[in-house]
Write a protein of this length. Structure first.
Length: 251
């Protein structure tokens, strides 16, 4: 059994962005996202939130890397979702001009944010009297293979920050399970490099299961939470803030 999370540094995080091993590992991650079905899992979670005619939507991806995952989502839903303004946030973003152009062709306005997630939450995401979490510009926050890098107070701070500012949060993380661990050891069979092979095992051991993220979320009836297994190797967490009642609604 894998009772406790084990969070240790991953090799990719310590490499310069232009290191050949880092470039190869990011390419590996694109294939791993396909294997894990991350694109379809995100679409399934976001479809109810981005109904046609619901108006402009602000979306923020934490730890966005090269921005390729949400690009595929944008291309698949270009004709179905309303106008999306996307912010790709990463401490070391590697989003190419070609990727930005592809977002524009899909109808999404895209901005790259070079920032630490804690700085962003403290400076830009915490609501003020003029920016309540239920306001129109409150973002939908996406985190794919990101939260498992954190534990303890740092993880709790990210969760609290997201809850304070977002109208919805969608997270796809590694599942901490024996099956996922076996799969992580087999990535060499599809040509993943040594950085990816190391980091995949580390990621599974740091992953989530059960209702571990829900337990960190503020106990507030205004939030609807959905957490559990998704696909073969993934763990999904979705938090949606209930829409406020209209002024004429009865108590």
């Amino acid at each position: 059994m894998m009772a406790q999370r084990q969070v240790v540094p991953e090799l990719l995080d310590s490499l310069p962005v232009d290191d050949p091993l880092a470039i190869g590992s990011r390419a590996d991650l694109r294939r791993i996202n396909l294997i894990m079905g991350a694109e379809s899992l995100l679409i399934r979670a976001l479809d109810p939130l981005l109904r046609e005619g619901s108006g402009p939507v602000r979306m923020v991806e934490l730890g966005a890397g090269d921005g390729s995952l949400l690009l595929r989502v944008a291309q698949r839903r270009a004709n179905d979702w309303p106008q999306v303004g996307l912010e790709l946030l990463d401490l070391h973003p590697v989003v190419s001009d070609d990727t930005l152009q592809r977002y524009r062709r899909a109808g999404w306005e895209c901005e790259v944010l070079h920032a630490d997630v804690f700085d962003w939450l403290a400076r830009d995401a915490m609501p003020s009297t003029s920016q309540r979490p239920d306001a129109v510009d409150a973002p939908i926050i996406i985190a794919n293979l990101f939260l498992h890098h954190f534990e303890g107070e740092r993880l709790a701070a990210i969760v609290a920050g997201m809850a304070a500012c977002a109208r919805a949060v969608v997270c796809i993380e590694p599942r901490r399970s024996p099956g996922a661990l076996v799969g992580s050891h087999l990535l060499g069979a599809i040509g993943c490099n040594r950085v990816t092979r190391h980091d995949a095992v580390v990621s599974v051991r740091a992953g989530f299961r059960g209702s571990e993220l829900s337990a960190l979320w503020p106990q507030d009836d205004r939030w609807r939470l959905d957490e559990g297994n998704a696909g073969l190797f993934s763990h999904r967490f979705v938090a949606v803030r209930a829409e406020p009642r209209s002024k004429g609604a009865s108590a």
